[in-house]
Structure formats: structure tokens, C-alpha cells
Design a protein. Structure first.
Length: 291
């Protein structure tokens, strides 16, 4: 950020900011005669200067995992005895709640219109304001599908065929990982969201997508292979994605998260992943990013 942007960000006058620069207090660098201030470095500097007190003590985040829904994660939360509840509202909403301290952890699967989609989660967290102290832990790679009625009666083959055939498509809310994937696939196919026939209302989870297809209310939607298989529906493979858990460094070693992470390394989780199908858990529990 420039000097005026950094001053506004820190809520200081430019004069005061220059005093901090002169004293070597604030993180900055000089490029072609101009002072520049890295946002992440400013966040760490502010955090490092906080003095804990009874008046300003951190209120612990509630033991809730927000973000995206996943059948294997839901099972792991229950079987691990970690005491963490689930609040599935979509990846981006989970991150917003994490920033506000309303959840302890967020489950995410983000996608990029351009760039390395496999790094979308890591890139998003590394650049997210307010998450400069976040840790990204791998949960699984999952296979996403176009879920259809049994036997795929419309013979759908990809997102382009959904638009071409006018199939009624159940969709997820804005900011949900599956919806971000749909937008990325539409862009790759040279299409727009308006080229599809959406089913209303939107579906909160992949299981709701499956129910819409099973009931005949929708012809298709995007969900994981595990969801399609559990509902005995047809499916068309789309892509494999990273499904990760995000939490703050200060919460990583708390009993709840540690109980969950310990369970993730168990044989029971691998057996369940195989049973559900559509999961690769070889890297489960691996730390993908420490901000």
C-alpha cells in the first residue's frame, strides 16, 4: 500500500505514519523513492503490538466448523469426539465467520477462474485480510460431479451440455465452493450463468442438490461423488478439488481441533473415505499453509 493507503488502513495521520517510518517502527520498504507498506506485514505488526489485559482479552471462538458441507467431515466431527459442531453455509461465508470470530474453523473448497486451481484455497487465505495468522490443513481431495437422475436420462456430459439441452440445474448459494466451481467451468466453456435454467430456491448443501434431482424438481446439479452415490443417482465426473480446513494458529492446539486432527490420521477415516468413494485422503492432516 502507498503512504496514504497505509495511513487510512491504520487510522493514523500521514504525519504520524512518517514518524513511525523515521523511527524504524513500522514495516515498510522504499521503491523508486516511494514508501510502500505490505498489508500482511502491517497486520502482523499491529497484532504483535497488542497487550493482553482483562479488558481486551480475546473472546474464544465458539467450537463450530463453518464453511462447506462434506459427508466425510460431518462423520469425522461426530466420530472423533472433538466437540466441534457444524454450520455448513458455503466456503466464503465460513471464511467471513472465521474472520469475525464466529466459528473456530472453516471448511473450504475455492476455485479460480484463472491460475492454478489446485492452489486456490492457499492463495485465497494467504491474501485474505484478517487471516494473517491462519493455518490451512488438508482434509481431502474430492471428486466433484454433475449429479443427475438415475441413468442420466438426458445424457449430460459436461456443463456445456447442461446449457445446450436446457436442463434444469439446481445450484448452490453465491460463495459456495460448488457454485464457484460452476462459474469457473462456465467461463472455460465460454458461457455465462444466464445460459443455464436454474431451479429455485438455491440448495444449501450437496445433499439438497441430490434431493432436488431425486425428486424430479431438478435435472442436475453439482455435488461430490459421495453425495451422488449415497442417493443412488447418476453422475458425470467433472474434476478433483482440494477440500481444506482453516483455523487460526492460536486455536490449532486447542483440545477440540487436536482431537479432530488426531482422528484424521486414523485407519477408520481411510476406511470410511473408501466406503463413501470419491475421496483421496493421502495428504490428510498435512499443513498446506501457515500465514
Amino acid at each position: 500500500m502507498t503512504t496514504d493507503e497505509a495511513a487510512a488502513y491504520l487510522r493514523l495521520s500521514e504525519r504520524k505514519l512518517y514518524e513511525l517510518v523515521a523511527n524504524g517502527t513500522v514495516p515498510c520498504t522504499k521503491v523508486t523513492g516511494r514508501w510502500l507498506f505490505p498489508r500482511a506485514a502491517l497486520d502482523r505488526w499491529v497484532t504483535a503490538g497488542l497487550i493482553p489485559s482483562t479488558a481486551f482479552a480475546r473472546i474464544a471462538a465458539p467450537p463450530i466448523v463453518g464453511g462447506s458441507h462434506d459427508p466425510l467431515l460431518e462423520w469425522a466431527l461426530r466420530e472423533s469426539g472433538c466437540g466441534l459442531a457444524s454450520l455448513p453455509e458455503g466456503s466464503e461465508e465460513g471464511l467471513r465467520r472465521l474472520v469475525r470470530g464466529e466459528v473456530m474453523m472453516a471448511a473450504i473448497h475455492l476455485h479460480q477462474l484463472n491460475g492454478d486451481d489446485a492452489q486456490a484455497n492457499v492463495v485465497a487465505i494467504s491474501e485474505a485480510p484478517g487471516l494473517h495468522d491462519a493455518v490451512v490443513v488438508a482434509f481431502a481431495r474430492r471428486e466433484q460431479e454433475i449429479v443427475t437422475a438415475p441413468g442420466n436420462p438426458l445424457q449430460l456430459s459436461d456443463v456445456a451440455s447442461v446449457g445446450r439441452l436446457g436442463a434444469r440445474m439446481a445450484q448452490r448459494p453465491p460463495g459456495a465452493g460448488a457454485q464457484l466451481l460452476l462459474l469457473a467451468l462456465l467461463a472455460q466453456a465460454g458461457m455465462k450463468a444466464g445460459d443455464l435454467a436454474p431451479v429455485k430456491p438455491v440448495c444449501a448443501t450437496g445433499a439438497d442438490i441430490a434431493q432436488a434431482a431425486r425428486s424430479g424438481r431438478a435435472d442436475c446439479g453439482i455435488a461430490t461423488r459421495s453425495v451422488a452415490r449415497a442417493a443412488a443417482l447418476g453422475f458425470v465426473p467433472l474434476t478433483w478439488e482440494h477440500f481444506d480446513l482453516v483455523l487460526r494458529q492460536r486455536d490449532y492446539f486447542l483440545p477440540g481441533p487436536q482431537a479432530l486432527f488426531g482422528f484424521l490420521r486414523s485407519a477408520a477415516l481411510r476406511e470410511r473415505a473408501t466406503e463413501l468413494s470419491g475421496y483421496d485422503v493421502d495428504a490428510v492432516g498435512t499443513v498446506r499453509l501457515v500465514n
